[in-house]
Design a binder for this molecule. Structure first.
Ligand SMILES: C[S@@+](CC[C@H](N)C(=O)[O-])C[C@H]1O[C@@H](n2cnc3c(N)ncnc32)[C@H](O)[C@@H]1O
Length: 195
């Protein structure tokens, strides 16, 4: 695995300056934005190579849907047919320790760029989510919620040996236990919280 060093950069950059900063100081040309509007920017590249150019304590919220490492030769059911579960090389497990190391590297970098009150959302299945949760705890994030995302159209278990995998888990955690995150509490959330 590549070694990444963290750069100390100017704090309090406004959004547009950040884009310029990354374009100038990026470790690769490929981290120039592929799409940009006044309040949105899209990078297409290795997450670590993009994030390494971000300042410390800069980001309000991260939503990450990292590889689940489930493409290991299994099968699933799609449109009534048995198909390979393999999604690509990026989703193949490299073994427990290597997968854990990968999650620790990218989540550590997320922690560096988040503001103290900033939060991270991570989605995953049982293949990945426990490792991500372990790393969040190891790095002293404060877990706010773990949320079941129910999928009513889950693929049936073809071998009939387990329940269908009908949910993903979303972990929501804050960088600093003592800081106060934003949560827009509304009637809808009140209904959900009461069950
Ligand atoms: C679980 S999928 C997320 C799919 C996405 N939510 C969607 O609906 O298209 C994980 C994604 O992470 C990307 N990925 C894997 N390793 C990466 C890396 N080092 N940097 C950036 N993206 C990566 C994969 O290409 C894949 O698209």
């Amino acid at each position: 695995m590549k070694k990444y060093t963290v750069k100390i950069v100017e704090p309090n950059l406004v959004f547009d300056d950040l884009v310029k900063y990354i374009s100038i100081n990026g470790v690769q040309r490929s981290i120039r934005p592929t799409f940009k509007t006044d309040d949105f920017v899209l990078y297409n590249g290795d997450i670590l190579e993009v994030m390494i150019s971000f300042p410390d304590n800069y980001v309000d919220m991260i939503f990450a849907d990292p590889p689940y490492n489930l493409s290991n030769g299994g099968v699933t059911c799609h449109a009534g047919r048995m198909v390979s579960v393999n999604k690509g090389k990026w989703d193949k497990s490299k073994g427990f320790e290597e997968d854990l190391k990968f999650h620790e590297i990218w989540i550590s970098e997320c922690k560096r760029v988040l503001k103290p009150e900033g939060t991270i959302w991570i989605s995953g299945t049982h293949h990945s989510i426990y490792q991500c949760g372990f790393i969040l705890q190891k790095l002293n994030f404060h877990i706010l919620n773990d949320i079941d995302w129910f999928k009513p159209n889950a693929a049936p278990n073809l071998a009939c040996t387990t329940f269908a995998h009908s949910h993903e888990t979303l972990l929501w955690a804050r960088k600093d236990k003592k800081a106060r995150n934003i949560f827009n509490w509304s009637n809808e959330e009140r209904k959900i919280s009461r069950g």
